[in-house]
Design a protein around this ligand. Structure first.
Ligand code: NAD
Ligand code: ZN
Length: 369
């Protein structure tokens, strides 16, 4: 029996269903929910080779008609060009208002397919079958879809809520260990920003999650999705300035600066930047007098014990504090010339701080670099 996370929003109600073999069972799970017994699958080449035949077998058993659109793997597919090709193929296939777009893949496929679903015929039903740990805990709740532009990441997009999300822990058996760790960083983030129980759970069971224990993975995903669902329900369209969804950026200002400095070239995965960024956010919070040193020590010990990226030097690259701060100043979280950060008063107690002095940030970066 899958674990269920109910997502209850103003304009959408759906469940995230989490368990083993969900891709094989997708046909049976979806049949009662689809407006029309027809889906258009969007996937990438890697995931198609590993998991598409399993999905197709289940769809065929339940008499759901299907077509497949495959994109190259990686962030490079979140472009206007691929969006044009995917929407073109949907229209060429003669989709109707009730035809469901099904994203089978990581966050890249989910964002691209979701944006195509949001805009084709002014909105087609959408189902997510996320296959990376990161997309299972992050993209599966929240309804954000979109693509990148030369002006920045995720700048074209829409909120488009899925009618269902199926999370398959079996898919994680083919995911590289580095990608598992990157996804785990986002689970840890949820605990550290607002769910101290989740952090305690991670401290007890995080190693099992990383080691591929599927029951523990399902439980970690359930807890992270439930936490995110509560935050999103409270701030569905990201309108609250200080709290709400903004807190989900804990660790991200630092993480984005590291990613941006490396030019998003794959040397550092997003979740790896977040893992390091979480510790830096705690260090900054201690330095500014908001957070007890003991909480920072617990976070550091946890990351170290699980062999998670924790220090800037763990990237194997060198960074200057000044360059990283320039990236942060360019980040959209900057307001009126002051750096805005999500900080903590302790584990599970995040808040937004609007005027963080540069020199405190620089000192933390130097202490860690
Ligand atoms: P990804 O989709 O690029 O997947 C990472 C790699 O793993 C790819 O090469 C993919 O082909 C491969 N892969 C996927 N599933 C696999 C499996 N089961 N076995 C083996 N290989 C597999 O990256 P990601 O980390 O999943 O997602 C990152 C993207 O998600 C970013 O573009 C980010 O902006 C977006 N994102 C969106 C949201 C949201 O709320 N919409 C939230 C977080 C991240
Ligand atoms: Zn993130």
């Amino acid at each position: 029996r899958p674990l269920l996370v109910p997502v209850r929003l103003e304009r959408a109600r759906y469940d995230v269903q989490i368990g083993a073999d969900m891709i094989r069972r997708a046909g049976a799970r979806l049949a009662p929910l689809l407006p029309q017994k027809r889906v258009m699958i969007v996937t990438d080449e890697n995931v198609a080779a590993l998991h598409l035949p399993t999905l197709l077998a289940g769809l065929e058993e339940t008499g759901i008609r299907h077509g497949t659109i495959t994109v190259p793997p990686g962030e490079g597919s979140k472009t206007l060009a691929e969006y044009g090709r995917v929407t073109g193929e949907l229209l060429a296939a003669g989709v109707e208002r009730g035809t469901t777009v099904l994203a089978l893949g990581g966050g890249v496929v989910g964002d691209l397919a979701g944006f195509a679903a949001a805009t084709t015929l002014r909105g087609l039903p959408f189902v997510q079958v996320p296959t990376t740990l990161l997309s299972q805990v992050d993209s599966s709740v929240g309804g954000k879809t979109g693509i990148n532009t030369p002006y920045g990441k995720n700048l074209l997009g829409a909120f488009h809520q899925p009618i269902s999300v199926l999370v398959d822990t079996t898919a994680l058996t083919t995911l590289p260990a580095r990608e598992i760790r990157a996804g785990y960083a986002e689970i840890l983030k949820s605990g550290l920003l607002g769910d101290a129980d989740l952090f305690e759970w991670c401290d007890l069971h995080g190693q099992a999650v990383l080691d591929g224990d599927s029951a523990m993975q399902a439980e970690a995903i359930r807890r992270a999705c439930a936490f995110k669902a509560a935050v999103v329900a409270d701030d569905e369209r990201e309108e609250r300035k200080a709290n709400g969804r903004a807190l989900l950026n804990l660790g991200h200002t630092f993480g984005h600066a590291l990613e941006a400095e490396l030019g998003y070239d794959g040397r550092l995965l997003h979740g790896e930047g977040v893992s390091i960024g979480l510790r830096l956010a705690f260090m900054l919070s201690v330095r500014l007098g908001y957070c007890p040193q003991a909480d920072l020590d617990r976070v550091s010990a946890h990351l170290e014990r699980l062999d998670m990226p924790a220090r800037i030097s763990d990237t194997g690259e060198e960074f200057s504090a000044a360059t990283l701060i320039r990236h942060m100043q360019r980040d959209k979280k900057m307001r009126d010339g002051r750096l805005s950060f999500v900080l903590v008063r302790g584990i599970g107690k995040a808040f937004t701080c609007r005027d963080v002095p540069d020199d405190a940030v620089a000192a933390v970066l130097r202490a860690d670099g």
